[in-house]
Design a protein around this ligand. Structure first.
Ligand SMILES: *[C@@H]1O[C@H](CO)[C@@H](O)[C@H](O)[C@H]1NC(C)=O
Ligand SMILES: *[C@@H]1O[C@H](CO)[C@@H](O)[C@H](O)[C@H]1NC(C)=O
Ligand SMILES: *[C@@H]1O[C@H](CO)[C@@H](O)[C@H](O)[C@H]1NC(C)=O
Ligand SMILES: *[C@@H]1O[C@H](CO)[C@@H](O)[C@H](O)[C@H]1NC(C)=O
Ligand SMILES: *[C@@H]1O[C@H](CO)[C@@H](O)[C@H](O)[C@H]1NC(C)=O
Ligand SMILES: *[C@@H]1O[C@H](CO)[C@@H](O)[C@H](O)[C@H]1NC(C)=O
Ligand SMILES: *[C@@H]1O[C@H](CO)[C@@H](O)[C@H](O)[C@H]1NC(C)=O
Length: 568
C-alpha cells in the first residue's frame, strides 16, 4: 500500500512536468497585479504594464532589455495610451484574443499557440482628432542591429555616431566626415511596402500589413519605418497606422469603431527569406477569415471594376487608381478618416479592386507616367457605392484631358513623383543641396535626367523652347507646374520671357509639407500650379521659362513632377 502510494506519487510527480509543458504551449494571459499582465505562448511572452510592455522573452532572452518596449501612442510621447484592464475576449482551440482597454480604444493581441508573434489591431472608441497614431516596438539594440525596408537594408547607425555628430535640424545630424545621420532616411512608401522590420544574427521582429486599407493617404505617401532612437539608442520598429511625417498638417476625426489592422507582428531567427515568405502568405490570407466572425464591418465587402478612357480616345494605361472619400475637399494624400484602396489600371485602362468594405466612396485616378505621362488632370467620380458580395461595375469612364495638339512643351511625366529627373530615388537627407544651382533645359534636345529632381539653391532653372508660329485660334497659354513636394524656406519667381507670371512660395495653395527637408526625393505632398500666359508674351523663335530662386534655405525647396505649357 505504502509502496503503491509512493509509486502513485512518483507517477504524478513524473507526469507533472509533462502536463505543465502542455499547458505552457497554450497561449496565455496572466494578470500579475492591477497594472501588469504577462501574455504570450511557449515561444515568447510579453510583460505589459500600464503604458509599456517592457519585457519580451524570445529565444531565451529578454529582447527589450534597456529599451522602452511596446506601446501605442498619438501626437508624440505625451500621449501614450494607458491600459486600464485586460481580458481574453475570444478564444479557439489554438488561439486567444486578448483585449487591452484604454479610454481611447481597445488594442488586441491575437495569440496562436504555435506562432512566434501576434496579430494585432486597434478599435477606436474615443481617439481625439489627430495626425499621428502609431504602435511601436523599441527593442534591445544588441539583438536587433539592422533594419530592413523595401528601399533600405543594413545596420542602423550606432548611437555613438549620433553623440559624436552635430545636430543640424529635426532628428538630423552631420558627422565629422560631412555625411548625415537621420531617421528619415529609413522611410519608405507605405503602400509599396512588402514587409519591414529590425533584425540581427539570432532574431528578427517584423510587421506585415496586408490589405493596408486602414492607412491614411494615397500611393505616394511615405512613412518612417524603423530607426535608431537618437536619445537612448533603442532599436525602433514603427507601425505608423496614421502618419504625417512627410505631409503638411493632416488631421482626421475617427468614427467609433474605426479599426486599424489586423496586421501581423512576427518574430523569427532574423531570416529575411522567411519573413518575405510569411509576408506573402499573410497577403494571400487577407482579409483574415478568423477575424471576420468578430467584426461585421470587416466582413461585409464588395468588389469594383471599371475601365478608364481618356477623352482623346486613348486608354488610361497604367493609371493610379485610388478609392477614397466621396465628395471630399481633401487631396487623396490628406484623406485618412476611413478606409482606402489602391491599384493601377492595366494597359487598356481596366482596373479591379476586390475586398472593399461596404460603403460610399470617391474614385480618383491620375497618371502614373509612361504612355499617359502627358495627363495633368485628375479623374474623380463620387458616390461609388460598394455593397456586400456585389460587383460594382462602373464600365467605361471618360477622363477629360488636355488636347495634346495644344501642348507646346513638357518636361518630365505627370505622376506626382520626381521619377526620371537627376537625383530622384529613395530618402536621402541633403540630396536636394547637390542639385545644380543653374540648369538650362532645351526642348527637343535635353532629356529629363538633365533636370534635377529638386530646386532650392540660389540660381535659375530655365526651359528654352522654339515656336514656329503663334496659332491664330489661341487666346493665350497656360503654364502648369506640378510639384511632388514643397517645404517652405525657399521661393522662386516664375518668368516667361523675363516677365513674371507666377511664384513658387508658401501660400494658402502651397502649404509647406515635411517632405523636401526630411530628405524625400520622389514623392511628398503634391501641388499643381496653373499660371495664365497672355498671348502677346509668346513670340516666334526662341522663348524661355525661368524658375529664378529669390529666397533659399538649405534643404528646403520643392521637387518637380512635371512642367508643361499649353495653348489655350
Ligand atoms: C505590479 O507588478 C510589476 C511586476 O512585478 C511591478 O513592477 C509593479 O510594481 C507592480 N505594481 C503594483 C501596483 O503592485
Ligand atoms: C516568459 O518567458 C520566460 C523565458 O522563457 C520564462 O522564464 C517565463 O516563465 C515566461 N513567463 C510566463 C508567465 O510564462
Ligand atoms: C497616460 O498616463 C500618463 C501618466 O499618468 C500621462 O502622462 C499620459 O498623458 C496618459 N496618456 C493619455 C493618452 O492620456
Ligand atoms: C544601445 O543602447 C545603449 C543604451 O541602452 C547605448 O549605450 C548603446 O550605445 C546602444 N548601442 C548602439 C549600437 O547604438
Ligand atoms: C457628391 O457629389 C456628386 C457630384 O460629384 C453629387 O451628385 C452628389 O449629390 C454628392 N453627394 C453628396 C452625398 O453630397
Ligand atoms: C548661376 O547663374 C548665375 C547667373 O548666371 C551665376 O551668377 C551663378 O554663379 C551661377 N551659380 C553657380 C553655382 O554656378
Ligand atoms: C533672380 O533672383 C535674384 C535673387 O536671387 C535676383 O537678384 C535677380 O534679379 C532675379 N532675376 C530676375 C530676372 O528676376
Amino acid at each position: 500500500m505504502r509502496f503503491l502510494q509512493l509509486l502513485g506519487f512518483a507517477a504524478v510527480a513524473l507526469s507533472a512536468p509533462l502536463l505543465e509543458g502542455r499547458a505552457k504551449s497554450k497561449s496565455f494571459l496572466k494578470q500579475i497585479n492591477e497594472t501588469t499582465w504577462v501574455l504570450g505562448n511557449s515561444l515568447w511572452n510579453v510583460t505589459q504594464n500600464r503604458q509599456y510592455a517592457n519585457k519580451l522573452f524570445y529565444k531565451g532572452q529578454d529582447r527589450v532589455g534597456k529599451a522602452v518596449g511596446h506601446y501605442v501612442s498619438y501626437n508624440g510621447a505625451a500621449s501614450d495610451l494607458n491600459w486600464t484592464s485586460a481580458a481574453i475576449v475570444d478564444s479557439g482551440s489554438d488561439y486567444i484574443n486578448v483585449k487591452f482597454t484604454a479610454k481611447e480604444g481597445d488594442f488586441h493581441w491575437v495569440i496562436y499557440d504555435d506562432l512566434a508573434g501576434a496579430y494585432q489591431y486597434f478599435v477606436n472608441h474615443a481617439l481625439p482628432v489627430l495626425g499621428e497614431f502609431r504602435t511601436l516596438w523599441r527593442l534591445d539594440n544588441s539583438s536587433f542591429t539592422k533594419g530592413r525596408t523595401y528601399l533600405k537594408d543594413g545596420p542602423l547607425p550606432p548611437l555613438s555616431d549620433y553623440l559624436a555628430a552635430t545636430k543640424v535640424q529635426d532628428e538630423t545630424w552631420q558627422k565629422a566626415d560631412g555625411t548625415y545621420l537621420t531617421k528619415y532616411d529609413w522611410s519608405a512608401v507605405l503602400r509599396s511596402t512588402d514587409y519591414y522590420g529590425v533584425y540581427g544574427d539570432k532574431v528578427g521582429s517584423w510587421y506585415f500589413n496586408p490589405g493596408k486599407d486602414y492607412y491614411n493617404g494615397d500611393q505616394t505617401k511615405g512613412e518612417l519605418m524603423v530607426h535608431r532612437e537618437s536619445l537612448t539608442g533603442d532599436t525602433v520598429q514603427l507601425n505608423m497606422i496614421h502618419g504625417t511625417h512627410f505631409q503638411a498638417i493632416a488631421t482626421d476625426t475617427f468614427a467609433d469603431g474605426k479599426t486599424w489592422g489586423p496586421w501581423l507582428w512576427y518574430l523569427n531567427d532574423g531570416s529575411k527569406t522567411d519573413a518575405a515568405a510569411r509576408a506573402e502568405e499573410e497577403e494571400a490570407k487577407w482579409p483574415y477569415k478568423w477575424y471576420e466572425a468578430l467584426d461585421k464591418a470587416y466582413r461585409t465587402r464588395g468588389r469594383m471594376q471599371g475601365q478608364l478612357a481618356l477623352s482623346d480616345g486613348r486608354a488610361a494605361a497604367g493609371a493610379n487608381v485610388f478609392l477614397g472619400d466621396s465628395n471630399s475637399t481633401l487631396s487623396t494624400l490628406d484623406q485618412g478618416a476611413n478606409y482606402y484602396y489602391t491599384t493601377t489600371a492595366d494597359k487598356d485602362g481596366k482596373f479591379v479592386i476586390k475586398d472593399i468594405r461596404q460603403g460610399t466612396y470617391g474614385l480618383y485616378a491620375w497618371s502614373n507616367g509612361g504612355k499617359i505621362g502627358d495627363v495633368s488632370t485628375t479623374f474623380i467620380k463620387n458616390d461609388v457605392v460598394i455593397r456586400e458580395g456585389d460587383n460594382t461595375n462602373l464600365k467605361k469612364l471618360s477622363w477629360p484631358v488636355t488636347d495634346l495638339k495644344k501642348r507646346i512643351f513638357q518636361v518630365g511625366d505627370f505622376d506626382r513623383k520626381s521619377v526620371g529627373f537627376l537625383g530622384s530615388g529613395g530618402y536621402f537627407h541633403g540630396r536636394i543641396a547637390t542639385c545644380p544651382a543653374n540648369i538650362t533645359y532645351t526642348i527637343g534636345k535635353s532629356k529629363p535626367s538633365d533636370w534635377c529632381f529638386g530646386q532650392s539653391s540660389f540660381g535659375k532653372y530655365s526651359i528654352t523652347f522654339s515656336l514656329a508660329s503663334i496659332p491664330t485660334t489661341a487666346t493665350g497659354a497656360k503654364l502648369t507646374v506640378s510639384m511632388a513636394g514643397f517645404s517652405t524656406g525657399s521661393a522662386a519667381d516664375v518668368l516667361l520671357n523675363d516677365v513674371k507670371v507666377g511664384r513658387i512660395t508658401n501660400s494658402a495653395t502651397i502649404l509647406s509639407s515635411q517632405d523636401t527637408y526630411r530628405g524625400a526625393t520622389v514623392s511628398g505632398e503634391w501641388h499643381l500650379l496653373e499660371m495664365p500666359i497672355a498671348k502677346a508674351q509668346l513670340k516666334v523663335g526662341v522663348n524661355k521659362v525661368d524658375f529664378n530662386v529669390t529666397a533659399s534655405t538649405l534643404w528646403r525647396g520643392w521637387f518637380w513632377d512635371s512642367v508643361v505649357l499649353d495653348w489655350q
